[in-house]
Design a protein around this ligand. Structure first.
Ligand code: ADP
Length: 453
């Protein structure tokens, strides 16, 4: 049914830990790698390990990692036949995916059409609703220009509501509205911001959920009709919509409930002909899942799913892009034990001020059930130009308690000098009684931080 694109050399259009993660998967599968890097990243580990490395521009991402034409030129110059976009940067840019394929190369990800559909939250929600995935109740489509009609929709949905930009992302372009009297002004302001930030003023609205958890389902789909769901992740511990600590599975939710929503996601993928790795993000409150958006790329937190299923998601992406069948059935996928990921950032643990600089000591933890994904080595300089993620500690245990205990040991072993890190934040979170009970909501961390000061 599908043609089989074959490639032997992959350009990794990213940096940091994910570039190294992708490079490892390529090498494991016998594929050559091309590292592209900005002037600020010349000393990166994956650059040293690559078969071919090419500097693509200055530190500013707009002139290096976000330069689509430059990346295509780099692929041509180095003989790469495929591009893996990683996460962030161009990974969810449908035009880039199309341009890669138009250049006769393989984009390691979904089709441009799938990325475009999911990048517009209104079309994404519509597609999901049609495919039987439960969504947050709201306006079925864009808000009309007539304010009375908008009010009628909001009253029907019920206050509080959240007004959101269809083209929004990164936690921007949304506004909570408590009362009908504030609606008109909120709509006008959000439309203006959306136009400025995303070039698209289209809005929709949803019921604002008060105390939801963020629970997401990982999927992996080949081009032969197999769509698998790989369990759930709970990513409720967030600050300013940035995830801090994630775990798989979601504590306190019955496996049968997760299996039901997982099946819906897999079925939606079959219906839209989705290919590659993806994540369905849900808000979960009072036992109900409500879809908010889909990410059409590998995610930072993918390792906890790898630990609990034994499936290498990045190798899966590469094999799918080669046209190979996954060769695994849903019934073959185990959900083994529990896994936790702590994101290590070079920042103050409690003020969150970024802390760039040279790392003088970098002692990694080890032992049973501990994995560290990082591009950092002692002597590495954390640059101020990019996000502050310097690594991820991933623990796995037979039970959640064991995964927590192993993570606590790992955090105690991890020694970093030269920059500040958020290790102390993770340490305190893992000792927090509410976290240990499991199932805190998406506002918990910010409330917890506010109480400390
Ligand atoms: P983005 O693409 O910008 O990340 P999302 O639609 O994923 O936007 O929403 C980001 C965050 O905003 C969610 O993780 C949640 O914290 C909050 N949010 C979004 N929609 C709702 C809603 N209907 N009710 C409550 N919180 C919401």
């Amino acid at each position: 049914m599908s043609e089989t694109p074959r490639f032997s050399r992959v350009l990794i259009a990213n940096r940091g830990e994910i570039a190294l993660r992708i490079q490892r998967a390529c090498r494991q599968l016998g594929l050559e790698t091309v590292a592209v890097y900005s002037e600020a990243d010349a000393d990166s580990r994956h650059v040293q390990e690559a078969d071919v490395a090419l500097c693509i521009g200055p530190a500013a991402a707009a002139r290096s990692y976000l330069d689509a034409d430059g990346l295509l030129l780099a692929a041509r110059l180095t003989g790469a036949q495929a591009i893996h976009p990683g996460y962030g940067f161009l990974s969810e840019n449908a035009d880039f995916a199309d341009a890669v394929e138009a250049a006769g190369l393989t984009f390691i990800g979904p089709t441009g059409a799938s990325i475009r559909m999911m990048g517009d939250k209104i079309t994404a929600k519509r597609a999901m609703r049609d495919a039987g995935v439960p969504c947050v109740p709201g306006s079925d489509g864009p808000l009309p220009a007539d304010m009375d009609a908008v009010k009628a929709i909001a009253l029907q949905v019920g206050f509080p509501v959240i007004v959101k930009a269809s083209g929004g992302g990164g936690g921007r372009g949304m506004r909570v509205v408590e009362r009908e009297a504030d609606l008109a002004q909120a709509v006008a302001l959000t439309a203006k911001e959306a136009q400025q930030a995303f070039g698209n003023p289209t809005l929709y609205l949803e019921r604002f959920m008060q105390k939801p958890r963020h629970v997401e389902i990982q999927v992996l789909c080949d081009t032969h009709g197999t769509a698998l769901w790989l369990g759930a992740r709970d990513c409720s511990l967030q600050r300013r919509h940035q995830k801090v600590l994630e775990e798989a599975s979601a504590p306190g939710i019955a496996p049968q409930t997760i299996a039901e929503i997982g099946e819906r996601c897999a079925e939606a993928c079959r219906r839209i002909g989705y290919r590659g790795a993806g994540t369905f993000e849900f808000l979960y409150e009072d036992g109900v899942f409500a879809f908010i958006e889909m990410n059409t790329r590998v995610q930072v937190e993918h390792p906890i799913t790898e630990e609990t299923t034994g499936i290498d998601i990045v190798a899966g992406q590469l094999r799918i892009a080669q046209g190979d069948p996954l060769g695994v059935a849903q019934a073959d996928i185990p959900l083994l034990g529990h896994s936790i990921e702590c994101r290590l950032n070079a920042e103050d643990p409690f003020t969150f001020m970024p802390s760039p600089g040279t790392i003088t000591r970098w002692d990694l933890p080890g032992g049973p059930g501990i994995r560290v994904d990082t591009h950092v080595v002692a002597g590495y300089t954390v640059q101020p130009y990019y996000d502050s993620l310097i690594g991820k500690i991933i623990s796995h245990g037979a039970t959640r308690a064991e995964a927590i205990a192993r993570m606590q040991v790992a955090l105690a072993e991890m020694k970093v000098e030269g920059v500040s890190t958020n290790i102390a934040l993770h340490r305190d979170l893992l000792a927090d009684p509410d976290f240990r009970r499991g199932g805190v909501d998406i506002h918990y961390l910010e409330r917890w931080l506010a109480q400390r000061t």
